[in-house]
Design a protein around this ligand. Structure first.
Ligand code: BDR
Ligand code: CA
Length: 308
């Protein structure tokens, strides 16, 4: 089994990533650590409980940072709804939380061989590395964040997760013991869950399809209203798919940093031409085999029963 941790701000596409990872038989999900991003951690906690109820799982939940390292917290409730799950306000069963996110991340990293999917602002990850960098010496960190050559979704140059907490993004890029892997908007924007893909998912697994439809309706409306996209871009699950099927993605190694202030706040500056002669510190995903990645997504998410 592969030990994984999902550090997230659920969030509609974070939730789809959690559902997807739960269907990967080879994954041992150690827990979900929460960070404020799309919604405040407290709302994120309720959404993990909603997913636990739907999937009949008992995800371990670790509470993390309520706000970014330095900047004032900004949420994305306009995109994900007031509850973070498309204003579905689904029922959930209360349970005690399992602990603190930073302690959990450090503790599990120290035990070795863990993969962290970082799907929200990088506040928890930055704090954990700052606390004990050595613990992360053999941890793999796959991040959804940033944008490379295309426009952002928060500014002409910045993507949400990096914009919200640019100091943490910069810290993690520069201080993680291993090169972090970055799945930027340039790639995720190509991964649009269209109504026809959704209806196919419903045909293969009606319960799953109906749940995804319920939580993405609001998100679809948002995409149509603001970007005239028919469907919704589901960013976060691509990190899972990149781990599962690396051969379906093109990636390169670069030196990069995240700009923390000014009009370029949240931009990742990638030294593609190696002007600065710095150590290469990121693995950047640049493209994907869209058809094959969709095939993998649909096959995994529609698995009828996953017995773990
Ligand atoms: C990222 O920000 C959030 O809205 C999504 O969950 C994703 O992690 C995309 O910019
Ligand atoms: Ca997210």
């Amino acid at each position: 089994m592969k030990k994984i941790i999902i550090d997230a701000d659920p969030g509609i596409d974070d939730s789809i990533a959690i559902i997807l990872s739960n269907n990967v038989i080879e994954y041992d999900i150690l827990g979900i650590s929460l960070v404020s991003g799309n919604v405040h951690v407290e709302k994120g906690r309720k959404n993990v409980l909603r997913l636990s109820k739907f999937l009949n799982q008992d995800f371990k939940i670790y509470m993390g940072s309520k706000s970014p390292l330095i900047k004032k917290f900004i949420n994305a409730e306009d995109t994900h709804g007031e509850d973070g799950l498309g204003e579905t306000y689904l029922k959930y069963d209360e349970k005690e939380i399992d602990g603190d996110a930073i302690d959990f991340l450090v503790e599990e990293a120290r035990k070795g061989d863990v993969t962290i999917f970082a799907l929200g602002p990088l506040t928890n990850i930055a704090k954990a590395i700052k606390y004990n960098r050595y613990a992360f010496k053999d941890t793999r960190i796959i991040i959804m964040g940033g944008n490379f050559k295309s426009y952002g979704n928060m500014s002409p140059v910045a993507e949400f997760n990096f914009y919200v907490d640019p100091e943490s993004a910069d810290y993690v890029i520069k201080n993680a013991p291993n090169k972090v892997e970055i799945m930027p908007l340039d790639v995720t924007r190509k991964f649009v869950l269209t109504p026809s893909i959704l209806s196919y998912i419903k045909r293969l697994n009606p319960e799953m399809g109906n749940f995804i439809e319920k939580i993405t309706n609001f998100y679809m409306d948002f995409h149509w209203e603001y970007e005239k996209i028919i469907g919704s871009v589901i960013n976060d699950p691509l990190t899972i798919l990149a781990e599962r099927k690396p051969e379906l993605f093109k990636k390169s190694i670069y030196s990069a940093e995240c700009i923390t202030d000014g009009p370029a706040r949240g931009m990742i500056m990638v030294d593609e031409m190696n002007f600065m002669k710095r150590e290469k510190n990121i693995i950047l995903y640049e493209d994907l085999n869209l058809l094959e990645v969709w095939t993998e997504f649909i096959e995994t998410i529609t698995k009828a029963e996953v017995d773990k």
